[in-house]
Design a binder for this molecule. Sequence first.
Ligand code: GRF
Length: 202
Amino acid sequence: TNIGVLVSGRGSNLQSIIDHVESGYLKDIKLSVVISDVKDAFALERAKMYGINAVFIDPHAYESKMGFEEKIIATLKDYNVDLVLLAGYMRILGSEVIRAYRDRIMNIHPALLPSFKGLHGPRQALEYGVKVAGCTVHFVDEGVDSGPIILQSCVSVKDNDTESTLASRILEQEHRIFPEAIKLFTEGKLKVDGRIVLRREN
Ligand code: GRF
């Protein structure tokens, strides 16, 4: 499986995926390209450190969102990508890319969907007062954080949690379930049936 990773920031999820490839937990995959919409994203530096192709695509260099999205698709095709990961990619992916990679785009979201979609999942959870928070890996559809759920993991919310302590406890779980979802995908164990993702055993 050739993997393309879309990023915008520090890339700790990218790092975790790299680590899981290096440890042998993820087999038969190649991190083919990391694409960032932010020029100085640290995720691009991480990619370079590991000899992974790192590409900056400037969203402001295109007259329309369509042009930008077409460049993303062309880049993914250049690198023969068959699975796309959104790992801290802070833009809403357009329908062009989604159609080109239907059921082959995964996003990691720092909340237990369908609660707390959009930005600042941990903050939304704290402000709402939930006692269980967590993260979700899901396939990407045309909505925002609305696609079929692959894996979730939860953490307890503590009385003295701040946004940052809760977010970092959730992040640990992100670093665990994103590689797990990728493994299931690459082993052909995921089947999407409408909203439901079935996980085939063994
Ligand atoms: C993570 O919290 C992820 O859930 C969200 O954006 C953040 C990315 O962090 N989508 P990183 O760039 O992987 O460190």
